[in-house]
Design a protein around this ligand. Structure first.
Ligand SMILES: *Cc1c(COP(=O)(O)O)cnc(C)c1O
Length: 340
């Protein structure tokens, strides 16, 4: 077992647990394109109720939920406002332009966190030359921000601004449960502030596949058609939805362990000579800057010792903690880090 790889590349690498597989095997399924899969329906309803939204839509990926939401909330030639680090901009292959024919206004938040003061001056006036600013997208937690979090008290004034200016507000909540764990905010209080929320089941929650878009009934009706147009209508998807339900019931409480593991790793990294600085750790992501040489070299040396991770730039490296990294594996990782 001691030669087992320590995989810190992403919280997407987790495999279904025996309990999760059992829940999947015994799921009641039907054709979800016909609206007949009761397990999918149960997952959508469960998350909608949890976040106090009217309805949900189960999708194959977080990228698809975000792109469907953006298409629901914009018209061609509109402009989407987000941070320059945003997943919807950087890591969704220019999907905003491709699917929605909208432009993007990039802001520079502190570790990806936006404020009303940053957003307000970037909302276009009604002018013949300007795209119509129609949507703000927030990310919580911010991946590129090293897992930085918005608190609900940061979100309320952004919602207020969007409301008076007539913009929609969407949350890329790929790691929303990590944010809830770190801030102590309640999921139920989120619904009132957002027109759309994307929740990933395949990141920290440990399901193999799937994300759910939460919104009003009218928006989900439209989103369901867009999902079909994107080729995302799934048939007996209840087998996958069952994994999501299991994850929500069993894998949320334990996220605090991932956060502790991330803090422990950050502390170990801070004490080494090859690390220049470590970003503050708020959740399950640790981003650090190497002191000398390139990040690629440090990644290769870590890999030789059995610790897998990725660079996020030529001088920075990211480690992500998750369900498949136990406390004893974290101890082994710390040994590797300290003696590299
Ligand atoms: C992973 C991720 C997504 C969705 O990614 P998929 O791989 O398409 O599920 C969206 N936003 C953020 C911030 C992410 O980290």
């Amino acid at each position: 077992m001691n030669n087992e790889l320590l995989d810190f590349r992403s919280d997407t690498v987790t495999k279904p647990t025996p309990g999760m597989l059992e829940a999947m095997m015994s799921a009641k399924v039907g054709d979800d394109v016909f609206g007949e899969d009761e397990t999918v329906h149960q997952l959508e309803t469960k998350l909608a109720e949890l976040f106090n939204m009217e309805a949900g839509l189960f999708c194959p990926s977080g990228t698809m939920t975000n792109q469907i939401a953006i298409k629901c909330f914009t018209q061609p030639m509109d402009e989407v406002i987000c941070d320059q680090t945003a997943h919807v901009y950087r890591y969704e292959i220019g999907g905003i332009a491709f699917h929605s024919a909208a432009s993007v206004r990039l802001l520079h938040g502190e570790r990806g966190i936006l404020t009303p003061d940053l957003i307000e001056p970037e909302i276009n006036e009604d002018n013949i030359h300007y795209p119509n600013s129609s949507l703000v997208v927030l990310e919580n937690t911010v991946n590129k921000g090293g897992g930085s979090c918005y608190k609900l008290s940061d979100i309320a004034p952004i919602h207020h601004l969007c409301n008076i200016k007539g913009l929609k507000l969407h949350l890329d909540g790929a790691r929303i449960f990590n944010a809830l764990t770190a801030t102590g905010d309640s999921a139920h209080d989120y619904g009132q502030y957002f027109d759309g929320i994307s929740v990933c089941l395949s990141k920290g929650l440990g399901a193999p596949v799937g994300s759910v878009l939460l919104a009003s009934k009218a928006t989900i009706h439209k989103a369901r058609k867009i999902r079909k147009a994107f080729g995302g209508g799934m048939r007996q998807a209840g087998f996958l939805a069952a994994a999501g339900i299991y994850a929500l019931d069993n894998h949320v409480e334990r996220l605090k362990d991932d956060h502790k593991h991330a803090r422990d790793l950050a502390a170990a990294l801070s004490g080494t000579s090859y690390v220049k600085s470590v970003m503050p750790v708020e959740t399950n992501i640790v981003i650090f800057e190497v002191a000398a040489g390139t990040a690629n070299k440090v990644v290769s040396r870590l890999q030789e010792k059995g610790l897998l991770c990725n660079t996020t730039s030529s001088s920075t490296i990211r480690l992500v903690t998750h369900l498949d990294l136990s406390s004893s594996m974290i101890d082994r990782a710390i040994e590797i880090i300290v003696h590299l």
